[in-house]
Design a protein around this ligand. Structure first.
Ligand code: MN
Length: 238
């Protein structure tokens, strides 16, 4: 049987003027039975439509902060590096993939990008904007170890997938969902009430998590189940 092809948004190193990918994104998809394919950073709508047609699903990867202009805010000093070219490509790509009815999985920046694409907003910097211990979400290596607990919404598809209502996740983020976009449903929260997982109800598989299952798929059955659920939904599109 042909493996599903999963398009991945490239990481961008502005300083080195390069596109790149962290191997765990590829590895986790491959072990789940998919063929990962890193996409070009094109903004051309026709090219994005053709690339979408080529892919059975798309993974929105981690990365720098989404430019606050895309959710109608001024950039605060504590907001990190932004790469508007990548934002524009991804916002267009997400809408194109959605129109095509194909599965989507978002990781870290991916959940933030999807929330913004659907009209939500972000905390630009948890440490300076929220009364919370933001360091609890910024783990140091090794990155495959659990960092913090999340509670899973009872009755959600995530609770059904993992067969539990609480889990421990890896974490490397200083931003988070602020206003949840209409059209998204929260499936998990951190202890401080941050949205840690979402889905688009009524879609085959449009899910995103704030944590990094690609870093822990080797040691975490929960992470493997997330990738398997995504890849299985992409197989159904074949
Ligand atoms: Mn977190």
């Amino acid at each position: 049987m042909k493996k599903p092809v999963i398009g991945l948004v490239p990481l961008v190193d502005v300083e080195r003027d390069s596109y790149w990918m962290m191997p765990p994104y590829f590895d986790a998809l491959e072990q789940a039975g998919a063929l990962p394919l890193m996409l070009p950073l094109t903004g051309d709508p026709d090219d994005l439509a053709q690339l979408t047609a080529l892919c059975d699903g798309v993974l929105f990867t981690g990365g720098p902060d989404v430019a606050p202009a895309f959710y109608g805010e001024e950039k605060l000093p504590a907001c990190g590096l932004v790469v508007p070219r990548r934002d524009e490509m991804e916002l267009r790509l997400f809408r194109t993939v959605l129109e095509a009815g194909k599965p989507v999985f978002g990781i870290c920046r991916g959940i933030q990008l999807i929330n913004v694409a659907l009209g939500g907003s972000l905390w630009q910097d948890l440490a300076s904007q929220k009364q919370m211990d933001a360091a609890a979400h910024e783990q140091k290596p090794p990155y495959d170890r659990p960092c913090h607990r999340v509670s899973i919404v009872p009755g959600s598809p995530l609770a059904a997938l993992l067969g539990k209502e609480e889990t421990e996740v890896t974490s490397r983020h200083h931003q988070a969902v602020k206003a949840l976009a209409p059209g998204l449903e929260a499936m998990a929260y951190s202890e401080e009430g941050l949205v840690e997982a979402v889905r688009m109800p009524g879609r085959p598989f449009v899910w995103a998590v704030q944590w990094h299952p690609e870093n822990s798929y080797q040691v975490s059955e929960d992470s493997r189940r997330l990738f398997a659920a995504f890849v299985d939904s992409c197989k159904k599109e074949n």
